[in-house]
Design a protein around this ligand. Structure first.
Ligand SMILES: [Zn+2]
Length: 642
């Protein structure tokens, strides 16, 4: 009767807990656990008193958003207290699942024009299914699987009466994650029928992009579901997820089409695209919502799994190593709603560029502008850590993104322990050890980033070999006892061009930005839930920022000098920056502030008679104030200024 089956993804993620962060990444997860993410259920009403957990506060997406990140945080840190809290919250949700399968409260949004209480938007249900899958992976608790089964059966019936609308319509594909996961465990065909139903009722992102009308920045004041930056970030994986069922090559191609168009019209040097809150063009003073950053990272993790293209790994690191840490205070107690690539003042003011976001969108705080990011920010680092390694049957282990970590794998029935020791992305050397419990033949795949000018790979004491950038290098052999593999990724300085021809400096996976002195001023001092350590802050510059760079874009290695500093306990902070880039520039007095932001970058090249100064750039992720896209200084013929 049924013709469908599921196509195999190129790589499979390991169950939650098999990949463990080590080194600086483990430390970063600890910072997160000690910051707002690890404490939301203790002080923030929207999670602490959530109706999902028996309280009387928010009843929509915030508790499941938080669980979707807090569960992997707790289990990756293997912290008994965090795991106990995650379990207690999941327990409440499981025990209180409605007889018809509905999870949590009957929430928030009824179909427009219909008052009947049964007409609910199912987005929060889809979101909760993702958290249940992770919880089952981490604990093996069969009740989570049964709860997922009951929820999906409820949705199957629900959609016959109430077709998708609003958030559920634009995020329908998030449901495929739990549906496919359960299908692979039960083989029940109704699950694939449900997937077909969701697709048929959901927004067709691939068709929309094929005739895409959103090349222009969203006009001020306009808000649409299809231009919504978070919806777009989530939807990048829609085509590839759906391809598992459709087998249509055009569905596999859809993410490439979407990324190319978003980059061209809305792309930022950090790998994200603008959206404040709908997609907003390439001006580096437009904002990008934190939810879009973490959802983009998760979409790229899914795309790496589904399609196996190493380019998605390059992009994932670009987002996670730049846009993600930059939008938090170094202690991860406060965050922004919108970050700017050129961000010289974070303050409350109503005259900003944002298309629809509010006056508080770029301050650092507990819930600036709106509380979605406060809950959803939790998934960024933990899911990245959980997806560093993947595998493919029967005999492939793949390192798809790089950070210090270890993984416990089973390959051809043999337990294999693999580790990666490194200070990447701040250093260029990666040291792997592969230790099978007994000799076993398999392939180790190492992602070679496209930006590498040279990649040297050595196995045990064999001579190093060159690997090809932009591919997965394959080491196939019989692995015995413990084998060391080292990979050296040469990182040339790169210059990319942005809005109005501005230049940005990149090296390896890191983007570099001007270090600006920061004056943090606490605001909302009287407000409840804004008391230290969870406070709201404006940040004002204490040093100049209006520089043009002395740089030859064709040979930037001559003009930029990189200095290494120790990788300490808080690498993503101005003081802790593990790499400093020295470059020269002159101030451009005409380039001033406008509406609380740097005015548009003057068109390059610019002339300046101000003195030539040495400037310090640090990794974008270490900054809270910064200039990242600079004008280029006019070169004086016959006279090098350095
Ligand atoms: Zn958000």
């Amino acid at each position: 009767m049924h013709a469908y089956h599921l196509n195999e993804p190129r790589f499979r993620p390991f169950p939650l807990g098999a990949v463990q962060p080590t080194g600086w990444l483990r430390n970063q997860l600890r910072v997160q656990a000690d910051g707002i993410s690890g404490h939301l259920d203790e002080f923030w009403p929207d999670v602490r008193d959530s109706q999902w957990f028996g309280g009387d506060a928010e009843a929509w997406e915030r508790a499941p958003y938080w669980l979707d990140g807090f569960i992997p945080l707790a289990f990756l840190l293997d912290d008994p207290a965090l795991k106990a809290r995650a379990a207690a919250h999941v327990e409440y949700v499981l025990v209180h699942q409605d007889d018809d399968g509905w999870l949590g409260p009957r929430t928030m949004i009824a179909a427009s024009g219909r008052a009947a209480s049964a007409h609910y938007d199912i987005w929060a249900q889809l979101l909760a299914t993702k958290a249940l899958v992770q919880y089952h992976d981490a604990t093996g608790d069969e009740r989570a699987l049964r709860a997922l089964d009951r929820t999906l059966r409820m949705l199957d019936r629900h959609l016959d009466r109430v077709p998708l609308f609003n958030w559920g319509q634009f995020r329908w594909f998030e449901g495929l994650i739990g549906i496919f996961w359960l299908y692979e465990r039960t083989g029940e065909q109704w699950l694939l029928d449900l997937a077909v139903k969701l697709h048929a009722q959901g927004f067709h992102w691939r068709d929309f992009y094929a005739r895409w009308p959103l090349a222009e920045p969203t006009p001020k004041g306009q808000w649409t579901y299809m231009g919504h930056v978070v919806n777009n970030a989530m939807a990048l994986k829609a085509g590839a997820l759906w391809w598992r069922l459709s087998s249509d090559p055009a569905d596999r191609a859809a993410p490439y089409d979407m990324i190319a168009k978003l980059d061209r019209f809305h792309g930022m040097v950090t790998g994200v695209f603008s959206g404040d809150e709908c997609i907003a063009g390439r001006r580096p003073t437009h904002g990008t919502e934190l939810c879009a950053v973490v959802e983009l990272a998760f979409s790229l993790e899914a795309l790496l799994s589904l399609l196996g293209d190493p380019a998605f790994g390059d992009r994932l690191e670009q987002v996670v190593y730049n846009a993600l840490p930059a939008t938090f205070s170094p202690d991860m107690w406060s965050h922004q709603y919108d970050q700017q690539v050129n961000q010289v003042e974070c303050s409350v003011r109503g005259d900003r560029l944002w298309s629809t976001n509010g006056p508080e969108s770029n301050i650092f705080g507990v819930e600036p502008n709106y509380g979605c990011c406060t809950a959803n920010l939790s998934q960024g680092w933990p899911k990245f850590a959980a997806h560093l390694w993947m595998h493919a049957e029967p005999d492939t282990l793949a390192a798809i993104a790089y950070a210090p970590s270890r993984v416990e794998a089973q390959i051809r029935g043999v337990p294999v322990h693999a580790t990666l020791e490194t200070d990447y992305p701040f250093r260029d050397e990666l040291r792997f050890t592969i230790s099978p419990q007994r000799p076993v033949r398999f392939s180790l795949l190492l992602r070679i980033p496209a930006w590498a000018s040279e990649a040297l790979m050595s196995v045990a004491d064999e001579d190093p070999v060159r690997a090809t950038p932009g591919t997965f290098a394959r080491i196939e052999r019989e692995w015995d006892s413990t084998t060391e593999v080292t990979l050296l990724l040469r990182m040339p300085t790169r210059v990319s061009r942005g809005y109005r021809g501005a230049v940005a400096i990149e090296r390896g996976p890191l983007v570099y930005a001007l270090r600006i002195g920061e004056d943090w001023r606490r605001i909302h001092r009287e407000a409840p839930y804004r008391q230290p350590p969870h406070s709201d802050w404006e940040v004002y510059p204490t040093t100049p920022w209006n520089y043009a760079l002395h740089l030859d874009p064709a040979a930037p290695d001559r003009d930029v000098e990189f200095l290494e500093r120790p990788v300490g306990g808080c690498p993503f902070s101005p003081e802790g920056a593990p790499v400093i880039a020295k470059v020269h520039g002159r101030r451009v007095p005409a380039w001033q502030m406008e509406n609380g932001s740097a005015a548009d970058v003057p068109s390059s090249p610019v002339a300046s008679s101000e003195p030539l100064q040495q400037l310090e750039l640090i990794p974008y992720g270490c900054t809270s104030l910064r200039i990242t896209e600079f004008p280029l200084l006019q070169r004086v013929r016959g006279r090098r200024t350095d």
